[in-house]
Design a protein around this ligand. Structure first.
Ligand code: COA
Length: 159
């Protein structure tokens, strides 16, 4: 986390074991969320079914059509900086510290997935030494409809 005056202004998070992350998502988090959602009446909402349909449209793209599946990479990360604090090297330093931590734990590669239209994030990962490895189409639920976009997989070798 990055803080300014006691407020969180940026974060980096991720996972050093994508396979374990996939198992935890499938068998722990998603079932728990479904039970919670049932209690909150989420299944009667149109947006929920729109998201489910978008996920079904994506499964081939995530697991079949990609050159390498998400799980075949070791770890992944997400980073976000509050708008007023961007361009101050906060994201760069957060990612660098996660990379050092991952390297110390014996991890040899980290990935980040970026919406191809997110030019600042693409430049950011390229400047941090990540390489665009592959690009694949995705569908994202937005309100009542779906939007098609491309996701770029950035990879950084840590050895
Ligand atoms: C992408 C993001 C994390 C960058 O964080 P940041 O703290 O502003 O980035 P930094 O100041 O550390 O920038 C490091 C380098 O990245 C590149 N960069 C960062 N923002 C850029 C921009 N808007 N345009 C072009 N290059 C940019 C530059 O090369 C920069 O080095 P420089 O300042 O010496 O030129 C931030 O814009 C963000 O939170 N975006 C929204 C969330 C997101 O898209 N996350 C990525 C997907 S996981």
């Amino acid at each position: 986390m990055a803080e300014s005056d006691g407020k969180i202004v940026g974060y980096v998070n991720g996972c050093l074991d994508n396979r374990r992350f996939g198992l935890a998502m499938t068998f722990l988090l998603i079932p728990k969320l479904l039970v919670k959602g049932l209690g909150r009446g989420v299944f009667w909402r149109k947006e929920f079914w729109n998201i489910v349909q978008a996920m079904l449209k994506n499964w081939r793209r995530l697991f079949v059509w990609r050159q390498k599946s998400f799980h075949s990479y070791q770890g992944h990360l997400h980073v976000g900086i509050a708008k007023d604090f961007r361009g101050q090297d906060i994201g760069g330093r957060l990612v660098c510290s996660l990379m050092d931590y991952a390297k110390g734990r014996g991890i040899t590669e980290m990935t980040a997935s970026v919406h191809a239209g997110n030019v600042p994030a693409c430049r950011f990962f390229e400047s941090a030494g990540f390489e665009a490895r592959e690009q694949y189409p995705m569908v994202m639920a937005q309100g009542d409809s779906w939007v098609k976009y491309h996701s770029i997989v950035y990879v950084k070798k840590l050895v």
